[in-house]
Design a binder for this molecule. Structure first.
Ligand code: ZN
Length: 181
């Protein structure tokens, strides 16, 4: 799995400002991998196997990477893959006429988990639509094991990346050009 990310050139090195505002000398560009069906198929196979045990009826993920993952895992399990999108009031909702039956069993998937926010948003969207989350599977866990769920969860791989607060960043001190991700 790490090999797939490396082969696809998903690990970028340089000087990055992450979504959190912290700085890092590495960045994981998941779409360098997700643009390739052959890599995506491989990682989704691991995620699909982990979720299959809990008999999901539908696979759901958040925009944007979650669209690709939900679709491919759905394809492998013979199920549909749907996605939720940012809601104006915060969190995420299912749009585009995606519906769940009451009690429908849903496997939630996501790409890179750092704070877990988009996974929790997707769980919330499933519950709001009347479904039941049976398990969670992420492609990469960057949380350092800090994020946990009330349902069984699986990570295809775990990656640790060093980050610094902006005012403690050694790359800033060296004057290396910063890229906002
Ligand atoms: Zn910096």
């Amino acid at each position: 799995m790490i090999a797939a990310l490396t082969d696809a050139g998903a690990f970028l090195t340089g000087h990055f400002q992450l979504n959190s505002g912290r700085h890092s000398d590495r960045y994981l560009e998941k779409f360098n991998m997700l643009q390739w069906p052959r890599y995506t198929e491989l990682v989704c196979r691991k995620m699909a196997e982990a979720g299959r045990t809990y008999s999901p009826q539908t696979i759901a993920g958040p925009t944007t990477g979650g669209i690709v993952l939900a679709y491919e895992i759905g394809r492998q399990l013979g199920l549909r893959g749907i996605f939720c999108e940012r809601a104006p009031e915060g969190g995420r909702t299912f749009q585009r006429d995606f519906r769940l039956q009451p009690g429908e069993r849903v496997m939630v998937v996501d790409d890179v988990m750092t704070s877990g926010e988009s996974v929790f948003d997707t769980i919330g969207a499933v519950q709001k639509a009347g479904g039941v989350v049976t398990s969670v599977a992420v492609m990469v866990d960057r949380s350092g094991g800090k994020v946990t769920f009330d349902v069984p969860s699986f990570a295809a791989t775990e990656v640790e990346m060093q980050t610094w607060a902006a005012d403690e960043c050694p790359l800033c001190k060296q004057g290396v050009a910063l890229k906002i991700t």
